[in-house]
Design a protein around this ligand. Structure first.
Ligand code: FAD
Length: 362
């Protein structure tokens, strides 16, 4: 006769953004009872984000550890998408890097030289302007070439969040609409604080080094007389600025500016940022001029001092997962793995394992 274990341990997750929900799903699958508290979409960077699963496309000379962490995390995305079982979450499979002029080309060359040195097996293919336009006919006649990053895709981040919530509910997790002001009010065996840029405000001792970087994002909807949206994620370095186009079923997400937020509540889109994004996007992909401007938004990226996610135990029974910066959706499965390790090594990990085995026993 199989031995019956006591109740599954309870994990409370404070924050239902990309990090909180992906960690919550990993914990449910590991045998934990899970309750997620969330303050809503207005405070959520994952709501406005572009959804790129960036790795090589995010490569910046001087950030080898972030590149390695991104590569490790992006490798977990196919399994997560299979776990969710909703094919509409995936938005693109590959990325094109596009340079507008010689200086832009030099900028991309430097980034790709760094990426190839750091990740020698990386799938980086150099493209002429003609080859680039052969892959995406809607790209302007002006680019001077770029790169193809095979297998570097994107998700529709809003569909992702909905699919994660559905998967959690189906697995018996509880989703609570609540703004947590004091962790003492949260009864659980373990608490994971994953509240994005607000994580420091939730933790009694704050969180050193966490700050916000604001960014504007536009959503453009295809109309009856519009050209088709691109098939690839297009990341352009265009006359000294970055602009990206991420395909959606009904249009394109255009992003993103990046500058210091005034404070944790500074989510009003600025005219200058929106004007630059529109001008650059329409130069890179002229057919966008016929699209409808359906949404203008701004969000705050939760940045750490060294650019790497802050994932650790901060107190007995309290973990934090924050500071995922400009690439936090892509980095979330990697963070979920680290959180699983921390939870598994804690006092309640053994009970969770016993529950998982009980559930999976024939
Ligand atoms: C303009 C822009 C574009 C981006 N583009 C990309 C991209 O293309 N690819 C990518 O990988 N990343 C992108 N990012 C980064 C990414 O969105 C973030 O790194 C990621 O969302 C961080 O996840 P998170 O769960 O830590 O925080 P969030 O997504 O911000 O979620 C935090 C959640 O915590 C909740 N919360 C806060 N305080 C409390 C509280 N006290 N009680 C309860 N709940 C609380 C909030 O309501 C929110 O739902 C972008 C970000 C921005 C701003």
């Amino acid at each position: 006769m199989r031995k019956k274990s006591s109740a599954a341990p309870l994990l409370a997750v404070v924050g239902g953004g990309a990090v909180g929900l992906i960690c919550a799903l990993a914990a449910v699958d590991d045998g934990w009872r899970v309750r997620v508290y969330d303050a809503g979409p207005r405070r959520r960077a994952a709501q406005v984000a572009g959804g790129m699963l960036g790795c090589l496309g995010e490569a910046r000379p001087g950030e080898p550890e972030l590149l390695a962490a991104s590569a490790r995390s992006v490798a977990h995305w196919p399994a997560l998408l299979r776990r969710l079982g909703d094919p509409s979450v995936a938005a693109a499979e590959h990325t094109l890097l596009v340079a507008g002029d010689a200086a832009d080309r030099a900028y991309l060359d430097e980034a790709m030289t760094f990426a190839r040195e750091a990740l020698p097996a990386a799938a980086v293919e150099e493209l002429s302007a003609a080859a680039l336009r052969g892959l995406e006919l809607g790209v302007a006649r002006l680019p001077i070439g770029g790169y193809r990053l095979a297998g570097e895709g994107a998700v529709d981040n809003r569909r992702l969040l909905a699919a994660l919530r559905a998967a959690l509910t189906a697995a018996g997790a509880e989703l609570v609409d609540a703004h947590v002001t004091d962790l003492a009010d949260v009864a659980a065996d373990e608490i994971l604080v994953a509240a994005g840029v607000d994580s420091g405000a939730v933790l009694p001792g704050g969180l050193d080094g966490l700050r916000g970087e604001k960014g504007e994002v536009l959503r453009l909807r295809r109309t009856a007389w519009s050209v088709a949206p691109p098939q690839h994620v297009i990341r352009a370095r265009w006359r000294g600025r970055n602009v990206y186009l991420v395909p959606r079923a009904d249009g394109v997400v255009v992003g993103a500016t990046q500058y210091e937020a005034l404070d944790g509540q500074d989510r009003g889109p600025q005219v200058g940022g929106v004007a630059d994004l529109l001008a650059d996007a329409c130069e890179v992909y002229p057919g966008l001029r016929t699209y409808e401007l359906s949404e203008v938004a701004a969000g705050i990226r939760p940045m750490s001092a060294d650019g790497l996610p802050l994932v650790r135990r901060v107190d007995e029974g309290v973990l934090v997962a924050a500071g995922h910066g400009r690439n936090g959706i892509a980095l979330s499965p990697g963070t979920a793995r680290r959180v699983r390790e921390l939870l598994g090594a804690g006092a309640h990990g053994e009970r969770a394992r016993a529950h998982r085995e009980e559930r999976s026993a024939p």
